[in-house]
Design a protein around this ligand. Sequence first.
Ligand code: SAT
Ligand code: MN
Length: 580
Amino acid sequence: MTSNKALSDWVAQVERHVQADHVHWCDGTAGEYRDLVQQMLRSGILHELNQITHPHCYLHRSNPQDVARVEHLTFICSRSQDDAGPNNHWMDPAEAHAKIDALFAGCMRGRTMYVIPYCMGPLDSPLARCGVEITDSPYVAINMQIMTRIGMPALKRIEKESSFVKGLHSVGDIDPKRRFIMHFPEELTIKSFGSGYGGNALLGKKCHALRIASWQAKREGWLAEHMLIVGIENPQGEVHYVAAAFPSACGKTNLAMLIPPATHKGWKVWTIGDDICWMHLGKDGRLWAMNPEAGYFGVVPGTNPNTNKNAYEMITHDTIFTNVAVTQDNQPWWEGLKEGTPIADWQGRPYDGKHGTAAHPNSRFTVSASQNPSYSPKAEDPQGVPISAIIFGGRRPDTVPLVYEARDWIHGVLMGAGTASETTAAATGQVGVVRRDPMAMKPFCGYNFADYWNHWLSFPAKSTRLPKIFHVNWFRQDKNGKFLWPGFGENLRVLRWVLDRCNGKAEATETPIGYLPTTSAIDTDGLGVSPETMQTLLSVDAAKWRTEMQALEEYFRGFGERLPLTLRNELQRVTAALAN
Ligand code: SAT
Ligand code: MN
């Protein structure tokens, strides 16, 4: 099937080991997609949704034990444990291979083994990277077809370049006790067993495009980040690009597809990507960003015409739904939808409203980016887009202001490293506790965070035209737990301030934690947010921030001597400023 010997040898060796009944090389055609869907409808892996209201939409119900990423079962298996760092679970590579290979032995007997050549990024982009995923899940195969560029063109590129990431995946018997997601960065290899959930099973996404790619990026001088990329067009027709990092399920997809509010005539938002961003320094010294993905694997609950009209419209056809509820007439249903009544929950049980939500809180849509009304043609540009601002953010009920700006790149790295957020349903575990999530990369950085920050800190020596760095918090609450900022489309008002700062136009006050907008610098015209609320949103409580810095210092201590001195000094500078 391929002239690449490394690839054909690997496929043959896997085939012998897993004992698959059939081998199917995915060509990425529409006919192949259709055939796989038909086969899954017959076997019950997919259910047809109402084809009149939702043409070509299907529902997949996961095993209830397999609905999110499993960070405690995710390992970085570098030769040295220190290279993985305290931010990762580590296993010795030999031990890890032995453990997971034993699970793979004979696991595809009676099954078809799909071989999926894929490309992360536009096929003609020098910044794109290829991989091959072998899986026994046809659900994974069709999701990969939407999320990446699969098939013959990717295979041709692999044959030309000869280097590719090897990903081996089996759903096994979906037993959480026999589940591992293992990464061997030095071998450009991923092995994932026992889960069919997106982040664990679509190996091009978090496993390749973040964990393996971040490791490669460090060695090669670029950045692989958990960021959306968005273009903001002003009424004069100028477009500026922003990359923003938020933890999973904090609204990255909504921000990437933002619809300007009615007060903002002439503004337009263009989506480049909603989850992953690869950035390279251009010859001009600017950071150029590319979205390695070709689709969205987004959180469904909360999606409606008010929160995300673009997403709401794009998932009315040609969409795979995972773990949503259904109505009497077989339409997909989820919490936050204004119309319809669920009759069956995400597990297919009659829905009585008494046993939790109808849709799973981490239910997902898989859809091609080309269906997004705000999809930017620049997303296919092989060079990517130039980034004016980098934004970090988290879900913080208190302490952290709506927006503030770093005084320089080094301060921005501290800001990113200090990001923390309330946990969400995207990962298994307790929801709603604040945890450190530096650069929103806690679950996704394939190496030691200390080295990662060092890598970030290396950029000012290479360029004087780096983006400005900001931090935002859309999730600030009052005493009664009510959100102080309306969010969604109104976030454009904050992005305007950010871009005006980049262009030297907006007002700011210097504080110990960075530059904050003056109270009138953010346009609140027609917003209905009082000046007092704005004041709260834009205030710095020095006592709370001293505690925040202490917590960060303590967190940094876990990285020992490997923590860059520059970062330690920067933390001390901010701490000293807060003491005055
Ligand atoms: O990891 S997933 O892609 O499944 C979702 C997320 O956590 O962002
Ligand atoms: Mn994500």
